[in-house]
Write a protein that binds this ligand. Sequence first.
Ligand code: M6P
Ligand code: ZN
Length: 187
Amino acid sequence: MNIPVSLPPGVAFLNGHFTAEDMITKITHCGDLAGVFHDQITWQSIPSETTIYQVEMLKSPQGEGELFVGTTHLNPGRVGDEFYMTRGHFHQRREQGEVYFGLRGSGLLLLQNEQGEARLEQVSPGSVHIIPGFTAHRLINTGTEVLSALAVWPSIAGHDYAALAQGFSLRVVLQDGKIQAKEVQNG
Ligand code: M6P
Ligand code: ZN
């Protein structure tokens, strides 16, 4: 009997790029991130079409039990003293978790619960980050090369950006030549 073997999509663990027939790509430009960085004047001075990060995703079926797989490629850089970061989100379905895997570059994963308590995990090649339900998450690139992280999450999770309109309670900045996390007073 001849059992057919199909070729699944592939991912290069050195950079997170996928090999697949059908991909979804989304670029987030500086101009898309209004109100995200604390130094609004410097933010305005950066060309709005500057790419901050790019997400490449495999096409997957949607529905209960299905999974999305994607890689976020976050460029190095700063807006004023604040490192480039993703917008960050809670899941619309708050109880749904996610896993991130660090692939290249170095940075931080900012995690925050619904009470506004934040913590940071170091992201580096090979790091595994289990993001529990009810936890907002944002990547921050504190290095000098692209930070790429592979993510797997339930397709029903959805994104809730509005719940973080006040921002996260921590900001990561370069101050006195050091990477420092600062507590934000008014969100
Ligand atoms: C990861 C996943 C995606 C998310 C993306 C960018 O790939 O968590 O669900 O969309 O990062 O993050 P954000 O949606 O916060 O811009
Ligand atoms: Zn998520």
